[in-house]
Design a protein around this ligand. Structure first.
Ligand code: SF4
Length: 386
C-alpha cells in the first residue's frame, strides 16, 4: 500500500476509536476480562493503573446529545464540559468502567467527581490531590505521597499488588508513548507536515482509549511512515492552537478547512504538553512520577507562579513550528483558561502578534461561525493586515 494512504488509514482508525466512548478496542479488551478505570484529566499518573494491570481510559463525552441529567447537580456557572461528562455518566455511557480516578484539577471537575461518586456510585472512586503550585521539594514529596495513596487504594480495592518492577515496566511503556508522540510533533515542524492538526488530535486521543501496547505499535509505524511521505503543502498559514481540554476533531477540521494548518499546540488535555516529559527510572519511582507530573511537564494555568513559563513554552512551540499566528480556544465559564485569556491578550498586544480567540462549548456545533472567523483571520495574515 502507498505510504501516504497507510498514514491516512492509521489516522482514520484512530479517529474511529475516538468517535464513541466505548469503542471496539475497549469492547474487545473488556470481553477478554480486562479492567478499565475512567480517568478525569491528565494530572492522574496513569502509570500506576498500568502497573496494576488496569487500563486507564480518559473520560470524554464524545457524541453527547444534552445535559438534562446534569441540571439538578450543576449550576449555570459550571462549564459545559463537566455537564456533558456527568450527563453521559448518568445515561450509562460509561458503564463499561470499573472505577473512576480524578484530581482536584479545578472546582468544576471536583464537583463532577463528587456528584459522580455520591449519586451514580461507581464501584471504585478515588480523588488524587494535586498540588496547586510548582516550586520546591515539599510539593514533590506531597504529590509522591498522594500517588502512593492511589497505589494503595487500587491494591486494596482490586486485590492486586503494584510492585516496583511492574511500575518500572509501566513507566517505560508510557515513556515510549510520549517519545513517539514527540517524534510526530517534531516531524510536523517541517515545511510540509505529514499530518494535519485534526489528525494529530486523533492520534493523541487514541492513546487514551485503547490498550497502550497496541497503540505504541501503531504509533511506531505511523512515525516511520511520516518520515517518508510528501506532506501537506496546500495551506495558507501555519497556526498554533492554545487552550484547555479541547477534544473535538470537527473543531480542528473547521479551522483547517480555511487554510490554517495547525502545526503545533499547547493544549491542556490532549496536546504536546502531555507528551513533553520523560519519567526517570533511577531512584524512587514515586518521587520520579511526582517530579515529572508536577515539575517537568510544561505547566498549566492551575499551577500558581508559572505564568511566565507558560508563555515562554507557547512562544517556543510557535517559533520551533515556524507558526504565523495563534488561535486561542476557550470553553465559556472555564475560569482557569478564562484568566489565561487575559495573560494571552496582554502578551499578544505587547508583541503585536497574529491571534484569534475562539469560544466553543464542549460539544462543538458552531462550524459555520468558526469557519467564517478563521477565514477572516487567515486573510488578515496573508494580506498583511490585522
Ligand atoms: S473546561 Fe475548565 S472549568 Fe471545565 S473542567 Fe476543564 S478546567 Fe475545569
Amino acid at each position: 500500500m502507498d505510504k501516504a494512504m497507510r498514514v491516512r488509514e492509521i489516522c482514520d482508525s484512530f479517529r474511529e476509536l475516538c468517535s464513541v466512548p466505548y469503542n471496539e478496542s475497549l469492547q474487545s479488551y473488556k470481553n477478554d476480562g480486562g479492567l478499565i478505570i475512567g480517568v478525569l484529566y491528565n494530572q492522574v499518573p496513569e502509570e500506576i493503573l498500568t502497573a496494576a494491570g488496569i487500563l486507564p481510559v480518559r473520560i470524554r463525552a464524545v457524541g453527547s446529545q444534552g445535559t438534562e441529567a446534569s441540571d439538578a447537580r450543576f449550576t449555570q456557572v459550571n462549564c459545559s464540559l463537566v455537564k456533558h461528562f456527568y450527563d453521559s455518566a448518568a445515561k450509562g455511557r460509561f458503564d463499561f468502567i470499573d472505577g473512576l480516578v480524578a484530581t482536584n484539577g479545578c472546582d468544576h471537575v471536583r464537583k463532577l467527581h463528587e456528584n459522580w461518586t455520591s449519586v451514580l456510585k461507581p464501584a471504585y472512586s478515588h480523588l488524587l490531590c494535586f498540588p496547586k503550585r510548582q516550586g520546591d521539594d515539599l510539593q514533590v514529596t506531597q504529590l509522591a505521597k498522594e500517588i502512593k495513596k492511589l497505589k494503595e487504594s487500587i491494591e486494596a480495592h482490586f486485590g492486586v499488588e503494584i510492585t516496583d518492577e511492574a511500575l518500572r515496566e509501566a513507566i517505560k511503556l508510557h515513556n515510549r508513548t510520549r517519545e513517539l508522540q514527540c517524534a510526530l510533533y517534531e516531524l510536523r515542524k517541517g515545511e510540509n507536515p505529514p499530518i494535519t492538526g485534526a489528525q494529530m488530535l486523533a492520534v493523541m486521543m487514541a492513546g487514551t482509549c485503547m490498550p497502550r501496547e497496541a497503540y505504541n505499535a501503531q504509533l511506531e509505524e505511523l512515525v516511520a511512515l511520516c518520515q517518508d511521505v510528501e506532506g501537506i503543502s496546500d495551506y495558507k498559514v501555519r497556526v498554533v492552537v492554545y487552550g484547555g481540554e479541547i477534544d473535538s476533531i470537527d473543531f480542528f477540521e473547521a479551522i483547517e478547512s480555511q487554510g490554517a494548518l495547525i502545526v503545533a499546540d499547547s493544549l491542556g488535555g490532549y496536546g504536546k504538553r502531555s507528551a513533553d516529559m520523560q519519567i526517570s527510572l533511577e531512584g524512587d519511582l514515586y518521587t520520579n512520577l511526582a517530579n515529572a507530573y508536577l515539575m517537568e511537564r510544561p505547566a498549566e494555568p492551575r499551577l500558581h507562579g508559572t505564568r511566565a513559563a507558560r508563555w515562554e513554552y507557547l512562544e517556543k512551540v510557535a517559533e520551533e513550528a515556524n507558526a504565523d499566528g495563534f488561535i486561542q480556544v476557550f470553553i465559556p465559564i472555564c475560569d482557569l483558561w478564562g484568566y489565561e485569556r487575559v495573560m494571552f491578550a496582554t502578551e499578544v498586544e505587547k508583541k503585536d502578534l497574529n491571534c484569534l480567540v475562539l469560544d466553543t462549548e464542549y460539544i462543538f456545533t458552531a462550524s459555520g461561525q468558526t469557519r467564517t472567523r478563521v477565514q477572516a483571520f487567515v486573510e488578515s495574515i496573508t494580506e498583511g493586515g490585522r
